[in-house]
Design a protein. Structure first.
Lengths: 261, 156
Protein backbone atom coordinates (compact mmCIF):
# COMPACT_ATOMS: atom_id res chain seq x y z
CA UNK A 1 0.00 0.00 0.00
CA UNK A 2 2.81 2.37 0.91
CA UNK A 3 4.49 1.80 -2.47
CA UNK A 4 1.20 2.55 -4.24
CA UNK A 5 0.80 5.75 -2.26
CA UNK A 6 4.34 6.80 -3.10
CA UNK A 7 3.74 6.11 -6.78
CA UNK A 8 0.58 8.21 -6.65
CA UNK A 9 2.50 11.05 -5.00
CA UNK A 10 5.33 10.86 -7.53
CA UNK A 11 2.89 10.80 -10.48
CA UNK A 12 0.97 13.78 -9.06
CA UNK A 13 4.17 15.77 -8.53
CA UNK A 14 5.44 14.97 -12.06
CA UNK A 15 2.17 16.05 -13.69
CA UNK A 16 2.07 19.27 -11.62
CA UNK A 17 5.67 20.02 -12.64
CA UNK A 18 4.76 19.46 -16.32
CA UNK A 19 1.71 21.73 -16.05
CA UNK A 20 3.61 24.51 -14.27
CA UNK A 21 6.65 24.25 -16.57
CA UNK A 22 4.46 24.36 -19.67
CA UNK A 23 2.42 27.30 -18.35
CA UNK A 24 5.52 29.32 -17.42
CA UNK A 25 7.37 28.60 -20.67
CA UNK A 26 4.20 29.26 -22.69
CA UNK A 27 3.82 32.71 -21.08
CA UNK A 28 7.53 33.44 -21.69
CA UNK A 29 7.15 32.27 -25.31
CA UNK A 30 4.22 34.62 -25.92
CA UNK A 31 6.30 37.46 -24.43
CA UNK A 32 9.14 36.61 -26.85
CA UNK A 33 6.84 36.60 -29.87
CA UNK A 34 7.37 39.60 -32.12
CA UNK A 35 4.69 40.47 -34.69
CA UNK A 36 5.19 43.41 -37.04
CA UNK A 37 2.99 44.71 -39.82
CA UNK A 38 4.18 46.80 -42.74
CA UNK A 39 2.37 49.51 -44.65
CA UNK A 40 -0.76 48.59 -46.56
CA UNK A 41 0.04 48.66 -50.27
CA UNK A 42 -2.54 49.28 -53.00
CA UNK A 43 -1.52 47.82 -56.35
CA UNK A 44 -3.44 47.88 -59.64
CA UNK A 45 -3.96 44.57 -61.39
CA UNK A 46 -5.50 43.44 -64.67
CA UNK A 47 -8.72 42.50 -62.91
CA UNK A 48 -9.00 45.19 -60.29
CA UNK A 49 -7.12 46.34 -57.23
CA UNK A 50 -4.85 44.37 -54.91
CA UNK A 51 -4.43 45.38 -51.27
CA UNK A 52 -1.36 43.82 -49.74
CA UNK A 53 -0.53 43.91 -46.04
CA UNK A 54 2.97 42.57 -45.33
CA UNK A 55 3.62 41.14 -41.88
CA UNK A 56 6.45 39.34 -40.16
CA UNK A 57 6.50 37.03 -37.15
CA UNK A 58 9.61 36.29 -35.14
CA UNK A 59 8.98 33.25 -32.97
CA UNK A 60 11.54 33.70 -30.21
CA UNK A 61 9.61 31.43 -27.86
CA UNK A 62 10.06 27.82 -26.87
CA UNK A 63 7.20 26.34 -28.88
CA UNK A 64 6.09 26.04 -32.47
CA UNK A 65 3.21 28.10 -33.75
CA UNK A 66 1.15 25.93 -36.07
CA UNK A 67 -1.78 26.45 -38.43
CA UNK A 68 -1.65 30.24 -38.46
CA UNK A 69 -4.74 31.34 -40.32
CA UNK A 70 -5.45 34.99 -41.12
CA UNK A 71 -8.90 35.56 -42.59
CA UNK A 72 -10.47 38.84 -43.65
CA UNK A 73 -14.12 39.10 -44.57
CA UNK A 74 -15.59 42.20 -46.19
CA UNK A 75 -19.39 42.49 -46.10
CA UNK A 76 -21.87 45.26 -46.65
CA UNK A 77 -24.56 46.30 -44.16
CA UNK A 78 -26.89 43.57 -45.50
CA UNK A 79 -24.25 40.89 -44.94
CA UNK A 80 -23.43 40.43 -48.64
CA UNK A 81 -19.88 39.08 -48.87
CA UNK A 82 -17.62 41.17 -51.13
CA UNK A 83 -14.39 39.41 -50.32
CA UNK A 84 -13.08 36.61 -48.18
CA UNK A 85 -9.33 36.14 -48.15
CA UNK A 86 -7.36 33.57 -46.20
CA UNK A 87 -3.61 33.54 -45.58
CA UNK A 88 -2.37 30.27 -44.13
CA UNK A 89 1.04 29.61 -42.62
CA UNK A 90 1.34 25.90 -41.73
CA UNK A 91 4.15 26.21 -39.22
CA UNK A 92 6.46 28.72 -37.55
CA UNK A 93 9.02 26.62 -35.66
CA UNK A 94 10.68 28.01 -32.55
CA UNK A 95 13.51 30.45 -33.24
CA UNK A 96 12.43 31.19 -36.81
CA UNK A 97 11.30 34.31 -38.58
CA UNK A 98 8.71 34.44 -41.36
CA UNK A 99 7.71 37.18 -43.77
CA UNK A 100 4.28 36.91 -45.32
CA UNK A 101 1.71 39.20 -46.80
CA UNK A 102 -2.05 39.10 -46.68
CA UNK A 103 -3.35 39.94 -50.14
CA UNK A 104 -6.92 41.03 -50.75
CA UNK A 105 -7.88 41.12 -54.43
CA UNK A 106 -10.84 43.30 -55.28
CA UNK A 107 -12.12 41.80 -58.51
CA UNK A 108 -14.08 44.54 -60.24
CA UNK A 109 -15.88 42.08 -62.55
CA UNK A 110 -17.34 40.33 -59.53
CA UNK A 111 -18.32 43.59 -57.91
CA UNK A 112 -19.86 44.92 -61.10
CA UNK A 113 -21.99 41.79 -61.40
CA UNK A 114 -23.66 42.76 -58.13
CA UNK A 115 -26.40 45.33 -57.73
CA UNK A 116 -24.20 48.34 -57.16
CA UNK A 117 -26.80 51.06 -57.56
CA UNK A 118 -27.38 51.49 -53.81
CA UNK A 119 -23.62 51.76 -53.21
CA UNK A 120 -23.15 54.26 -56.01
CA UNK A 121 -26.07 56.43 -54.97
CA UNK A 122 -26.13 56.20 -51.17
CA UNK A 123 -23.48 56.53 -48.49
CA UNK A 124 -23.09 53.32 -46.56
CA UNK A 125 -20.49 51.33 -44.68
CA UNK A 126 -18.54 48.10 -45.04
CA UNK A 127 -17.86 45.65 -42.34
CA UNK A 128 -14.33 44.25 -42.15
CA UNK A 129 -14.02 41.19 -39.94
CA UNK A 130 -10.50 39.98 -39.14
CA UNK A 131 -9.85 36.54 -37.66
CA UNK A 132 -6.43 35.26 -36.62
CA UNK A 133 -6.32 31.63 -35.56
CA UNK A 134 -3.27 29.69 -34.47
CA UNK A 135 -2.33 26.58 -32.61
CA UNK A 136 0.23 27.27 -29.92
CA UNK A 137 2.61 24.32 -29.38
CA UNK A 138 -0.10 22.21 -31.10
CA UNK A 139 -1.78 22.13 -27.70
CA UNK A 140 -3.44 25.50 -27.13
CA UNK A 141 -5.56 26.83 -30.01
CA UNK A 142 -6.08 30.58 -29.85
CA UNK A 143 -8.21 33.00 -31.84
CA UNK A 144 -8.19 36.78 -32.04
CA UNK A 145 -10.95 38.53 -33.93
CA UNK A 146 -12.08 42.09 -34.44
CA UNK A 147 -14.70 43.94 -36.37
CA UNK A 148 -14.01 47.21 -38.15
CA UNK A 149 -16.61 49.43 -39.80
CA UNK A 150 -15.33 51.24 -42.89
CA UNK A 151 -17.46 54.18 -44.03
CA UNK A 152 -18.34 54.19 -47.74
CA UNK A 153 -18.86 57.44 -49.59
CA UNK A 154 -21.11 57.10 -52.63
CA UNK A 155 -19.50 58.50 -55.80
CA UNK A 156 -22.90 59.53 -57.20
CA UNK A 157 -24.57 60.61 -53.93
CA UNK A 158 -27.83 62.58 -54.19
CA UNK A 159 -27.92 62.03 -57.96
CA UNK A 160 -30.75 63.97 -59.53
CA UNK A 161 -32.00 64.91 -62.99
CA UNK A 162 -33.39 68.45 -63.21
CA UNK A 163 -36.07 69.84 -65.52
CA UNK A 164 -35.31 68.91 -69.13
CA UNK A 165 -35.62 71.91 -71.42
CA UNK A 166 -36.04 71.59 -75.17
CA UNK A 167 -35.32 74.31 -77.70
CA UNK A 168 -35.04 74.41 -81.45
CA UNK A 169 -31.64 73.57 -82.90
CA UNK A 170 -32.20 73.27 -86.68
CA UNK A 171 -34.86 72.11 -89.14
CA UNK A 172 -34.59 68.46 -88.21
CA UNK A 173 -33.33 68.48 -84.63
CA UNK A 174 -34.06 70.10 -81.30
CA UNK A 175 -31.59 70.78 -78.54
CA UNK A 176 -32.39 69.33 -75.12
CA UNK A 177 -30.58 70.29 -71.95
CA UNK A 178 -30.57 67.73 -69.15
CA UNK A 179 -29.33 69.11 -65.80
CA UNK A 180 -27.39 66.58 -63.76
CA UNK A 181 -26.43 67.02 -60.09
CA UNK A 182 -24.58 64.74 -57.70
CA UNK A 183 -21.99 64.80 -54.97
CA UNK A 184 -18.87 62.67 -55.12
CA UNK A 185 -18.50 61.39 -51.54
CA UNK A 186 -15.91 58.79 -52.59
CA UNK A 187 -12.25 59.06 -51.62
CA UNK A 188 -11.23 58.95 -55.30
CA UNK A 189 -11.82 61.49 -58.04
CA UNK A 190 -14.31 60.28 -60.64
CA UNK A 191 -13.50 60.75 -64.30
CA UNK A 192 -15.29 59.21 -67.23
CA UNK A 193 -18.02 59.39 -69.80
CA UNK A 194 -21.55 60.00 -68.53
CA UNK A 195 -24.23 58.90 -70.96
CA UNK A 196 -27.93 59.53 -70.43
CA UNK A 197 -30.84 57.88 -72.31
CA UNK A 198 -34.20 59.45 -71.65
CA UNK A 199 -37.40 57.37 -71.78
CA UNK A 200 -40.91 58.78 -71.36
CA UNK A 201 -43.65 57.55 -69.04
CA UNK A 202 -44.61 54.91 -71.65
CA UNK A 203 -41.02 53.69 -71.64
CA UNK A 204 -40.44 54.92 -75.20
CA UNK A 205 -36.98 56.11 -76.15
CA UNK A 206 -36.83 59.89 -76.45
CA UNK A 207 -33.22 61.00 -76.68
CA UNK A 208 -29.68 60.45 -75.48
CA UNK A 209 -26.64 62.57 -74.76
CA UNK A 210 -23.22 62.13 -73.30
CA UNK A 211 -20.36 64.09 -71.84
CA UNK A 212 -16.90 63.44 -70.45
CA UNK A 213 -17.01 64.59 -66.86
CA UNK A 214 -14.61 64.98 -63.95
CA UNK A 215 -15.96 65.00 -60.40
CA UNK A 216 -13.27 65.56 -57.78
CA UNK A 217 -13.58 63.79 -54.45
CA UNK A 218 -15.86 65.45 -51.88
CA UNK A 219 -17.11 67.95 -54.47
CA UNK A 220 -20.55 68.70 -55.87
CA UNK A 221 -20.98 68.09 -59.57
CA UNK A 222 -23.55 70.18 -61.41
CA UNK A 223 -23.63 70.32 -65.19
CA UNK A 224 -25.89 69.95 -68.17
CA UNK A 225 -25.79 67.23 -70.76
CA UNK A 226 -26.87 68.33 -74.17
CA UNK A 227 -28.82 66.01 -76.45
CA UNK A 228 -29.95 66.61 -80.02
CA UNK A 229 -33.11 64.59 -80.58
CA UNK A 230 -35.05 64.65 -83.81
CA UNK A 231 -38.06 66.91 -83.64
CA UNK A 232 -40.49 63.97 -83.75
CA UNK A 233 -38.55 62.23 -80.99
CA UNK A 234 -38.58 65.24 -78.70
CA UNK A 235 -42.36 65.45 -78.96
CA UNK A 236 -42.47 62.10 -77.12
CA UNK A 237 -40.97 63.74 -74.02
CA UNK A 238 -43.38 63.66 -71.09
CA UNK A 239 -43.32 65.39 -67.69
CA UNK A 240 -42.23 62.21 -65.96
CA UNK A 241 -40.16 59.27 -67.07
CA UNK A 242 -36.93 57.39 -66.56
CA UNK A 243 -33.32 58.02 -67.45
CA UNK A 244 -30.79 55.27 -68.05
CA UNK A 245 -27.47 56.50 -66.71
CA UNK A 246 -24.37 54.82 -68.10
CA UNK A 247 -21.13 55.85 -66.44
CA UNK A 248 -17.95 54.60 -68.10
CA UNK A 249 -14.63 55.00 -66.34
CA UNK A 250 -11.26 53.38 -67.20
CA UNK A 251 -11.92 50.96 -64.31
CA UNK A 252 -15.59 50.09 -64.70
CA UNK A 253 -18.88 50.66 -66.49
CA UNK A 254 -22.03 51.02 -64.48
CA UNK A 255 -25.65 51.32 -65.54
CA UNK A 256 -28.47 52.50 -63.35
CA UNK A 257 -31.98 53.93 -63.71
CA UNK A 258 -33.19 57.18 -62.22
CA UNK A 259 -36.61 58.85 -62.51
CA UNK A 260 -37.07 62.40 -63.69
CA UNK A 261 -40.07 64.62 -63.04
CA UNK B 1 -3.38 14.40 32.86
CA UNK B 2 -1.98 17.92 32.54
CA UNK B 3 1.45 16.41 31.86
CA UNK B 4 0.03 14.24 29.09
CA UNK B 5 -1.71 17.25 27.55
CA UNK B 6 1.41 19.42 27.65
CA UNK B 7 3.46 16.55 26.25
CA UNK B 8 0.91 16.12 23.48
CA UNK B 9 0.94 19.85 22.73
CA UNK B 10 4.75 20.06 22.71
CA UNK B 11 5.40 16.84 20.77
CA UNK B 12 2.41 16.71 18.42
CA UNK B 13 0.50 19.99 18.11
CA UNK B 14 3.33 22.52 18.18
CA UNK B 15 5.46 20.90 15.43
CA UNK B 16 2.38 20.45 13.26
CA UNK B 17 1.25 24.06 13.74
CA UNK B 18 4.76 25.35 13.07
CA UNK B 19 5.08 23.19 9.97
CA UNK B 20 1.61 24.27 8.84
CA UNK B 21 2.48 27.95 9.33
CA UNK B 22 5.71 27.58 7.34
CA UNK B 23 3.84 25.68 4.59
CA UNK B 24 1.15 28.39 4.55
CA UNK B 25 3.71 31.16 4.10
CA UNK B 26 5.66 29.24 1.43
CA UNK B 27 2.43 28.40 -0.42
CA UNK B 28 1.33 32.04 -0.40
CA UNK B 29 4.73 33.16 -1.74
CA UNK B 30 4.75 30.47 -4.44
CA UNK B 31 1.15 30.92 -5.57
CA UNK B 32 0.79 34.70 -5.21
CA UNK B 33 4.04 36.64 -5.00
CA UNK B 34 6.03 34.62 -7.57
CA UNK B 35 3.33 34.80 -10.32
CA UNK B 36 2.80 38.51 -9.54
CA UNK B 37 6.51 39.07 -10.17
CA UNK B 38 6.07 37.80 -13.74
CA UNK B 39 2.96 39.84 -14.50
CA UNK B 40 3.79 43.36 -15.75
CA UNK B 41 2.58 45.87 -13.16
CA UNK B 42 1.97 48.66 -15.68
CA UNK B 43 -0.89 46.89 -17.50
CA UNK B 44 -3.75 49.39 -17.92
CA UNK B 45 -6.82 48.38 -15.91
CA UNK B 46 -9.10 48.69 -18.94
CA UNK B 47 -6.84 46.60 -21.21
CA UNK B 48 -7.67 43.26 -19.66
CA UNK B 49 -11.16 43.26 -18.21
CA UNK B 50 -10.37 40.27 -16.06
CA UNK B 51 -9.38 40.74 -12.47
CA UNK B 52 -6.34 38.46 -12.58
CA UNK B 53 -5.00 39.82 -9.28
CA UNK B 54 -8.19 38.88 -7.41
CA UNK B 55 -8.34 35.46 -9.11
CA UNK B 56 -4.70 34.80 -8.26
CA UNK B 57 -5.31 35.91 -4.67
CA UNK B 58 -8.38 33.64 -4.39
CA UNK B 59 -6.38 30.69 -5.71
CA UNK B 60 -3.51 31.48 -3.33
CA UNK B 61 -5.96 31.64 -0.40
CA UNK B 62 -7.51 28.27 -1.33
CA UNK B 63 -4.01 26.78 -1.61
CA UNK B 64 -2.89 28.29 1.71
CA UNK B 65 -6.01 27.05 3.53
CA UNK B 66 -5.58 23.49 2.30
CA UNK B 67 -1.79 23.53 2.79
CA UNK B 68 -2.26 24.57 6.44
CA UNK B 69 -5.17 22.16 7.03
CA UNK B 70 -3.28 19.36 5.26
CA UNK B 71 -0.22 19.86 7.45
CA UNK B 72 -2.16 20.14 10.72
CA UNK B 73 -4.15 16.98 10.00
CA UNK B 74 -1.46 15.11 8.07
CA UNK B 75 -1.54 11.30 8.33
CA UNK B 76 -5.09 11.41 9.68
CA UNK B 77 -8.48 10.70 8.14
CA UNK B 78 -9.23 14.45 8.33
CA UNK B 79 -6.04 15.14 6.37
CA UNK B 80 -7.24 12.80 3.62
CA UNK B 81 -10.66 14.48 3.68
CA UNK B 82 -9.04 17.89 3.25
CA UNK B 83 -6.91 16.48 0.41
CA UNK B 84 -10.01 15.24 -1.44
CA UNK B 85 -11.84 18.53 -0.79
CA UNK B 86 -8.82 20.47 -2.09
CA UNK B 87 -8.76 18.43 -5.33
CA UNK B 88 -12.50 18.90 -5.91
CA UNK B 89 -12.35 22.65 -5.17
CA UNK B 90 -9.36 23.12 -7.50
CA UNK B 91 -11.18 21.31 -10.32
CA UNK B 92 -14.31 23.44 -9.80
CA UNK B 93 -12.22 26.62 -9.44
CA UNK B 94 -10.34 26.08 -12.72
CA UNK B 95 -13.56 25.16 -14.52
CA UNK B 96 -15.19 28.38 -13.33
CA UNK B 97 -12.24 30.69 -14.01
CA UNK B 98 -11.51 29.25 -17.47
CA UNK B 99 -15.20 28.99 -18.38
CA UNK B 100 -14.92 25.29 -19.11
CA UNK B 101 -11.54 25.52 -20.82
CA UNK B 102 -12.48 28.21 -23.34
CA UNK B 103 -10.98 31.36 -21.96
CA UNK B 104 -12.46 34.54 -23.49
CA UNK B 105 -11.29 38.11 -23.16
CA UNK B 106 -12.41 41.37 -24.73
CA UNK B 107 -9.50 43.80 -25.06
CA UNK B 108 -10.41 47.36 -26.12
CA UNK B 109 -7.78 48.86 -28.45
CA UNK B 110 -8.62 52.47 -29.36
CA UNK B 111 -12.10 52.37 -30.94
CA UNK B 112 -11.99 48.64 -31.70
CA UNK B 113 -12.43 45.59 -29.52
CA UNK B 114 -10.20 42.56 -29.84
CA UNK B 115 -12.00 39.34 -28.98
CA UNK B 116 -9.44 36.93 -27.65
CA UNK B 117 -10.27 33.24 -27.27
CA UNK B 118 -7.87 30.73 -25.79
CA UNK B 119 -8.73 27.05 -25.76
CA UNK B 120 -6.94 25.68 -22.72
CA UNK B 121 -9.08 22.55 -22.49
CA UNK B 122 -6.02 20.24 -22.74
CA UNK B 123 -4.35 22.02 -19.81
CA UNK B 124 -7.65 21.92 -17.92
CA UNK B 125 -7.85 18.19 -18.65
CA UNK B 126 -4.36 17.75 -17.20
CA UNK B 127 -5.33 19.72 -14.09
CA UNK B 128 -8.49 17.60 -13.70
CA UNK B 129 -6.43 14.41 -14.19
CA UNK B 130 -3.83 15.36 -11.60
CA UNK B 131 -6.56 16.25 -9.11
CA UNK B 132 -8.42 12.99 -9.78
CA UNK B 133 -5.12 11.26 -9.11
CA UNK B 134 -4.86 13.25 -5.90
CA UNK B 135 -8.39 12.14 -4.89
CA UNK B 136 -7.43 8.51 -5.55
CA UNK B 137 -4.23 8.92 -3.55
CA UNK B 138 -6.10 10.41 -0.58
CA UNK B 139 -8.70 7.63 -0.72
CA UNK B 140 -5.92 5.03 -0.69
CA UNK B 141 -4.25 6.87 2.17
CA UNK B 142 -7.51 6.92 4.15
CA UNK B 143 -7.97 3.20 3.55
CA UNK B 144 -4.36 2.64 4.62
CA UNK B 145 -4.83 4.61 7.86
CA UNK B 146 -8.04 2.74 8.70
CA UNK B 147 -6.36 -0.56 7.83
CA UNK B 148 -3.39 0.17 10.09
CA UNK B 149 -5.68 1.21 12.96
CA UNK B 150 -7.93 -1.84 12.63
CA UNK B 151 -5.02 -4.29 12.57
CA UNK B 152 -3.00 -2.60 15.30
CA UNK B 153 -2.82 -4.67 18.54
CA UNK B 154 -2.60 -2.49 21.61
CA UNK B 155 -0.59 -4.55 24.12
CA UNK B 156 -1.06 -1.92 26.84
Amino acid sequence: MNVTLKMFSIATIIIWIIIILFSVTAVLSVMNLNVETGELQMLPSSKGIIFSLPFSINNGGYYEIADLNLTTLVTDTNGTVFDQTVTFVPSIPQGTHINESHTITIDLDTIMSMDLAPLLLNDSSFNLEIFVELNFARVVPAQVSTNITIPWGAPLADFSIGDITVSSHNITHNEASIPVNFENHAILDMQGRLKLEVYNDSDEYVMSGEKVIAAPSQQTFADRIIAYPRIEESTRLTDTGRVLIVFETPMFIVELWENYD
Amino acid sequence: MTEINSNFIVKEVLPRVTKAAIWGIVTFIVFYYVPMMFIPQDLPENLIQFDYRAQLFNFAMISVFFAVAGQIFSKTIFGCGFGIAKAIIIIVYFFMVSEGGIFKLKIPVEEYTLNFTLDISIILLMIVSVNLLSIAKNLFEAVNILHEKSTKIDLD
